[in-house]
Design a protein around this ligand. Structure first.
Ligand SMILES: Cc1cc2nc3c(=O)[nH]c(=O)nc-3n(C[C@H](O)[C@H](O)[C@H](O)COP(=O)(O)O)c2cc1C
Length: 217
């Protein structure tokens, strides 16, 4: 009996080893060079992000490139305000350590991308969302991760900033009122590429080798 040829690309051992290195080197970046990214590369990465899976094929992610200096300055001010609140909420000893951390690359990153989710999109016709409406948000987060990995493969760094008030960011970038703010991404070339998280290098937190899957028998 004739069997159809397998249409999938054959991913080599070499490719898999490289892919593992990509996961290891994907980093949250807060120190950027200021040189801009080729617009075609950035567009390509945002298109790749849209290859992510989504509940009911709803594609609920909404990426907004924030190019306006005035809007960026407003986001920067909003971060400063929220970060000061976060600092004030800590104990004295903890606050001293927190204050030494750099938690955003907003000043130097050449590109800013605000990511929203349309939590109730017409696309997908509601499939898979009746019992778990949060799945649209999860789908949008998968697109962020896809973008993050693709950017790493392109030699770029991405920094996720969440020390922000979602409603203020939606107002500043003039987002559709039906959308939910998820992430503010700084994008550019990393100044200090590393294969370990900055929070680990700075002694704030360590990865837990026990964070693997449980086996349910
Ligand atoms: C949902 C989410 C929100 C985050 N928010 C921030 C943030 O506000 N500021 C920051 O410096 N890093 C933020 N990060 C980055 C994490 O601190 C970082 O992913 C973690 O320390 C592990 O480092 P790595 O991404 O380099 O492996 C965020 C990451 C995620 C997934």
């Amino acid at each position: 009996m004739m069997t159809e040829p397998d249409p999938r690309p054959a991913f080599s051992d070499d490719f898999r080893a490289q892919l593992d290195r990509l996961f290891v080197w994907r980093r949250d970046v807060r120190h950027f060079r200021t040189d801009p990214v080729d617009p075609a590369v950035l567009d390509g990465l945002l298109a790749t992000a849209c290859l992510a899976p989504s509940v009911g094929l709803s594609e609920p992610w909404r990426f907004m490139r924030v190019d306006s200096p005035a809007r960026r300055a407003a986001v920067r001010a909003e971060f400063a305000r929220c970060n000061a609140d976060a600092l004030a909420a800590r104990t004295e000893e903890d606050a001293a350590r927190y204050a030494t951390l750099k938690l955003a690359g907003l000043d130097r990153a050449p590109h800013h991308v605000a990511v929203f989710c349309d939590a109730d999109p017409a696309q997908g016709r509601g499939l898979g969302r009746l019992t778990m409406p949060q799945t649209t948000v999860w789908s949008a987060v998968m697109a962020v991760h896809t973008f993050w990995l693709a950017a790493t493969a392109a030699g770029l760094g991405v920094g996720w900033v969440s020390i922000l008030d979602p409603q203020q960011i939606a107002r500043i970038v003039d987002a559709d009122p039906r959308w939910t703010f998820l992430a503010y991404l700084c994008v550019g070339y990393a100044q200090d590429p590393s294969d370990s998280p900055e929070l680990e290098r700075r002694g704030w937190e360590r990865r837990d080798p026990a964070r693997r899957a449980w086996i349910v028998r």
